[in-house]
Design a protein around this ligand. Structure first.
Ligand code: SF4
Ligand code: SF4
Length: 423
């Protein structure tokens, strides 16, 4: 297997955005008439499901499909299950969505699950995985992964997104409190926080090491934070946790602080919404809210063939339904007008070499993509370093022939994992 350094002389010059200086309260989206939540497990028609249409659920109630299920979700509202059915993500992974109709007559008290919060990572894994910010409790609690450093991300990881910076600045005290709780839960000795070097802030953190990240994309991606600030090179095919490093959004710590204070799960997700003219909106919406409700709040009309991107412009993925729900890890949503969507092409590579020059992992992308186009995933990994890709998307951004290189690479990695699992 080829191993390459992340260093490259050809650094891209795309600059991360900063949050709005006034840090006003986000625009609150009212709880809609129905919400959908996802469980990362497929429906098995041979088993007796624990949930059914018509079941009443409380706010914060844990929902899972079967007795032996380890995947679960939490109901973000008190209400009634209207439907549950199969959901397929952009890679064809099968999950289950549950449609819940909120009960408008219930307002507080008995309709909300009260948590008997204990400072134990097992408790957090059992009840708090689905909080806004998607805390990685499953990984922290599994006992197989030995984490020695937790990196809190105040720096956003994609262009245009400013959610993590906004949350860190606006709710600094709760980030600190969440970090204190997480320290007690995990006993991890070292905590760091990424902060953009050009962000003007007086934030200070006791016993948390500040890592000042460059404002040039893709310096905030985990592999580069590890290399530039922790002096750890992420080997090909490995994840940060394999090297003892856990990344966690600042928003997940805010959620943790609120849960331990109120003894109730929380579901308000902060988003950066970028409209068709590039206008940025700061949004607070309940997890499970259909994106269409957010668009209508800002009078954004989604026409046929407009593109809805979940995530930033470099690493995001397109969804073809405006009813896609707000998720715990959804930081950014972008609407692109159909008239300005960059056209992909099926033109062949013209060997201009731009993708190779810009790749921070020094991958011969033009050669790699030929193998991916031919579905030769093992060869792509063994000969052209597929697994060293840090998924920055820069190659696709510069490609002269408009080949969807990033999409080929993500799909290639997914297929490689599937092949190996089957083998
Ligand atoms: S996405 Fe493209 S440019 Fe970025 S690391 Fe992977 S191959 Fe290189
Ligand atoms: S940037 Fe596109 S056209 Fe140029 S060498 Fe890479 S794949 Fe080929």
């Amino acid at each position: 297997m080829i191993k390459r350094s992340f260093f490259s002389l050809n650094q891209p010059r795309l600059v991360y955005d900063l949050p709005e200086p006034d840090l006003k309260e986000p625009e609150l989206i009212p709880v809609p008439a129905s919400l959908s939540v996802l469980i990362a497990e497929a429906i098995d028609s041979t088993k007796q499901a624990l949930i059914k249409k018509g079941d009443a659920v409380k706010k914060g109630e844990k929902l899972k499909l079967y007795d032996d299920s380890t995947a679960y979700t939490l109901s973000p509202v008190a209400g009634t299950i209207k439907l549950f059915d199969t959901y397929s993500d952009d890679f064809g992974n099968i999950a289950t969505f549950i449609l819940i109709k909120p009960d408008q007559t219930q307002t507080s008290g008995d309709d909300t699950i009260k948590l008997d919060t204990v400072e134990d990572i097992g408790f957090a894994d059992q009840f708090l995985r689905k909080l806004p910010g998607a805390p990685p409790f499953e990984m922290l609690a599994n006992g197989k992964t030995k984490i020695n450093t937790i990196v809190i991300t105040c720096s956003d990881t994609d262009l245009l997104s400013t959610t993590s910076q906004f949350v860190s600045l606006k709710y600094t005290d709760e980030v600190k409190e969440g970090a204190r709780i997480l320290k007690r839960l995990t006993k991890v000795p070292r905590f760091c926080i990424t902060i953009p070097e050009n962000l003007e802030t007086q934030m200070s953190f006791d016993s948390i090491q500040i890592l000042k990240t460059s404002n040039i994309y893709p310096s905030t991606l985990p592999a580069l934070v590890m290399k530039d600030h922790l002096n750890i090179t992420l080997p090909a095919g490995q994840m940060p946790e394999d090297m003892g490093i856990c990344f966690i959004r600042a928003e997940a710590l805010v959620s943790l602080a609120r849960v331990y204070k109120t003894k109730e799960a929380v579901f308000d997700k902060i988003l950066t919404l970028i409209g068709k003219e590039g206008t940025r909106h700061r949004v607070r919406a309940t997890i499970g809210t259909p994106l269409s409700k957010i668009f209508s709040r800002f009078n954004i009309h989604v026409n046929e063939q407009d593109r809805i991107i979940i995530g930033g412009p470099m690493k995001g993925f397109a969804t073809f339904t405006p009813h896609h729900p707000v998720l715990a890890d959804m930081d950014t949503v972008i609407i692109q007008d159909r008239d300005i969507i960059p056209q992909l092409s099926d033109y062949p590579c013209v060997n201009c070499g731009k993708c190779i020059r810009i790749c921070p992992a020094n991958i011969p992308v033009n050669l790699l993509v030929r193998y991916l186009e031919a579905d030769q995933y093992e060869e792509a990994a063994d000969r052209f370093d597929l697994e060293s890709c840090i998924e920055c998307g820069l190659c696709a951004y510069v490609c002269t022939a408009h080949i969807p290189l990033y999409q080929y690479i993500r799909l290639g990695k997914h297929e490689l994992l599937t092949l190996r699992a089957e083998a």
